[in-house]
Unconditional design. Structure first.
Length: 229
């Protein structure tokens, strides 16, 4: 049957979901129980300060109240759309990262190939003086690793400084789909991301130098010396 109560509006709230805002109201529990003529509640929602604690808290609550007949559901179980969206974005960004890494390796490989080619006479002279091919190859690889390490260190440092600067200013973003609230985007500094960027920057020149070193050492000493003429 229909039932009504009078309420005094004491405030409004807004979320990122227009559909939720169009249908949701917040009233005291006692008023709800009076409207539906009930004395209990069928659902209790627990809000945590840290989302990362969800699984740990869920396990603790499950062990405490499972024997009493309560059913426990995490938010990610009730909303699979979130995990699906995260998986989709991870695959998209993973593909973009792979393409960017390939471009980095190709670009570094081109620069190293030109450097090795221009220094062909130098390497030919070393070989003519009796230097072992392995020593020359190790010299080039170590130089590439050193340059990559220095470049990666400078790049990570500049990138984090720019992230801090941009975050202090903020990036105004329009409201996302199905929302009326705009927001200010920030760039989050992450140690793991910085470490991954440093590793790629340091290792990429080393890997890119393998093929040019192999081609350079395959040349005869005479052909290598002719490059200096």
């Amino acid at each position: 049957s229909m039932n009504t109560l009078e309420f005094q509006v004491v405030g409004t709230f807004q979320t990122f979901s227009k559909d939720y805002d169009a249908r949701a109201i917040r009233i005291p529990l006692e008023a709800v129980q009076s409207l539906v003529d009930a004395t209990g509640a069928n659902v209790a929602v627990l809000e945590l300060l840290d989302t990362a604690s969800t699984h740990a808290v869920a396990l603790d609550l499950q062990s405490l109240y499972a024997s009493e007949g309560f059913e426990l559901y995490r938010w990610d179980e009730l909303d699979p759309f979130y995990d699906q969206t995260v998986t989709l974005y991870q695959q998209q960004f993973g593909f973009l990262i792979a393409v960017i890494l390939l471009l980095i390796v190709l670009g570094v490989g081109t620069a190293i190939s030109m450097s090795v080619y221009e220094r062909g006479a130098e390497f030919g002279t070393l070989r003519a003086l009796g230097t072992h091919d392995g020593s020359i190859g190790m010299l080039i690889l170590l130089e590439s690793l050193y340059l990559g390490t220095v470049g990666a260190s400078v790049g990570v440092l500049i990138g984090n400084l720019l992230a801090l600067l941009i975050s202090s200013i903020g990036i105004p973003m329009p409201p996302p789909p199905n929302s009326d609230l705009s927001y200010v985007a920030l760039i989050r500094s992450s140690f793991l991301v910085s470490l991954a960027a440093f590793t790629v920057g340091a290792i990429a020149p080393f890997l890119a130098a393998l093929a040019p070193v192999r081609r350079s050492l395959r040349l005869s000493i005479v052909a290598a010396l002719q490059r200096g003429i």
